[in-house]
Write a protein that binds this ligand. Structure first.
Ligand SMILES: Cc1cc2nc3c(=O)[nH]c(=O)nc-3n(C[C@H](O)[C@H](O)[C@H](O)COP(=O)(O)OP(=O)(O)OC[C@H]3O[C@@H](n4cnc5c(N)ncnc54)[C@H](O)[C@@H]3O)c2cc1C
Length: 392
């Protein structure tokens, strides 16, 4: 007898979406979240690309703070390029977004345990798992057929099963962010600022949340030489961009992103999202990759628990599905390395080229390969480095 077919650990975007998917397959699903309330202590810029999101959930004004229709890229020399990208994304109230997802999960029959922390797991009888859960002063053991570990960057499940080793600096974005108000922003435009003085090996962002509020942050690949810590770059950026704004929230955090994050399952335990280290290598965006890998994990956890195929075949299918879905990671890792190595002159040139390309009126996101070709023609050295890194 099991308590659940599938137990999901962690109710971030990846875990909730894994739970919804497993429930829709027909599994009895439990979801444990150590925070007392879903969406508490969110550490995020809260931006999500609209198209992939809308494929999964109905985008609801209740949790949308701003609709994004354009991107402004600032070069180190102060020039900028405007990209018209109608409907490219939304800046969310992520706490409300997660609570709406949790309500959807509950409607699909998922049993949600807020304030419940998974503190250990071990293999049980007949291919089951026993997950120890602490809820306040009470401890219980939940028996389940499969586990989805969506417990974030510091995944204790991944560590316990030795699925992930220490995170290499090159695979980590370190971030710091203020939420500020009031700020002079166009609520439909997000900003990215580049430069060795702004954020070496990364960028600074301004994500508007309505008319006069914005998330203002800095994210940098760890280990790229720079003189200051991310919080110091952030303070400096705020001085420059919105000196008079008041800081209403401050967070720091990391985004893990491996070139090859596919070692992500063992004997009926499936990792997804930040636990699998599957965020986008160039932007550091992790919500969509998290939800998409969550869907793959939820489906395979159901297959494992239901005994639909031999466990090794389910594991193989899981890894194959992840590889197929996240197939551009080699190329994106190479682009990340090239970007982190670029000096200010090259970054300025790059922003200019992207602006020129966008001036043709085509949204960049519709044809990133054409953009890459366009840039490669004008910056052959960088392109050759990328080709070398990809091995073609
Ligand atoms: C400053 C910053 C800005 C960012 N901005 C963006 C952005 O604008 N857009 C974007 O797409 N991505 C952004 N990201 C990345 C994004 O936030 C993450 O990639 C994404 O949230 C990963 O989702 P997840 O569900 O895998 O993990 P998480 O969101 O970390 O959720 C994991 C959950 O598991 C719970 N948990 C952990 N351990 C246990 C346990 N033992 N038992 C029970 N529960 C547990 C945690 O409490 C948490 O709720 C940003 C990250 C940072 C740090």
């Amino acid at each position: 007898l099991v308590d659940f077919d599938v137990l999901v650990v962690g109710a971030g975007p990846s875990g909730i979406w894994a739970a919804v998917t497993a429930a829709r397959c027909g599994a009895r699903v439990g979801l444990v979240e150590r925070q007392a309330r879903i969406g508490e202590h969110v550490r995020c810029g809260e931006g999500i690309q609209r198209d992939p999101l809308a494929e999964m959930v109905e985008v609801d004004p209740e949790w949308v703070a701003s609709e994004v229709h354009g991107v402004r890229l600032f070069a180190p020399n102060g020039t900028f390029a405007d990209l018209a990208e109608p409907g490219v994304g939304v800046i969310t109230h992520k706490d409300l977004f997660l609570r709406a997802l949790a309500r959807l999960a509950a409607a699909e029959g998922v049993e949600i345990w807020p304030g419940a922390e998974a503190v250990g797991l071990k293999a049980g009888e007949r291919r089951s798992w026993m997950v120890d859960v602490r809820r306040g002063s009470r401890r219980s053991s939940l028996r389940c057929g499969a586990v989805v570990a969506a417990d974030g960057i510091a995944s204790s499940v991944a560590r316990e099963l030795k699925l992930k080793g220490p995170l290499a600096p090159v695979d980590l974005f370190v971030c710091a962010q203020y939420t500020v108000a009031p700020i002079d922003v166009d609520p439909s435009v997000i900003e990215f600022h580049f430069g060795r003085d702004v954020a070496p090996g990364g960028y600074a962002w301004v994500f508007p949340k309505g008319e006069a509020v914005a998330n203002v942050g800095v994210g940098m690949v760890a280990g790229v030489p720079g003189n200051l810590a991310p919080v110091e770059y952030l303070a400096r950026f705020k001085q420059r961009r919105c000196r008079r704004s008041k800081t209403v929230a401050f967070i720091v955090g990391g985004v893990p992103s491996e070139r090859n994050p596919f070692k992500a399952c063992a004997g009926g335990v499936f990792l997804c999202g930040d636990a699998a280290r599957i965020a986008d290598q160039i932007t550091g965006a992790g919500i969509i990759p998290g939800m998409e890998s969550g869907a793959i994990a939820g489906k395979h956890a159901f297959m494992h628990a239901a005994g639909e195929a031999r466990p090794d075949m389910v594991a193989k299918s899981f890894v194959k599905s992840l590889r197929a879905h996240f197939k551009n990671r080699r190329m994106r890792s190479a682009v990340r390395v090239v970007l982190t190595r670029m000096g200010d002159a090259d970054l300025t040139r790059l922003v200019g080229l992207v602006g020129e390309f966008a001036a043709g009126g085509r949204p960049v996101r519709r044809d990133p390969v054409a953009l890459l070709r366009f840039v490669a023609r004008s910056m052959p050295t960088s392109f050759n480095i990328a080709r070398h890194l990809v091995g073609v």
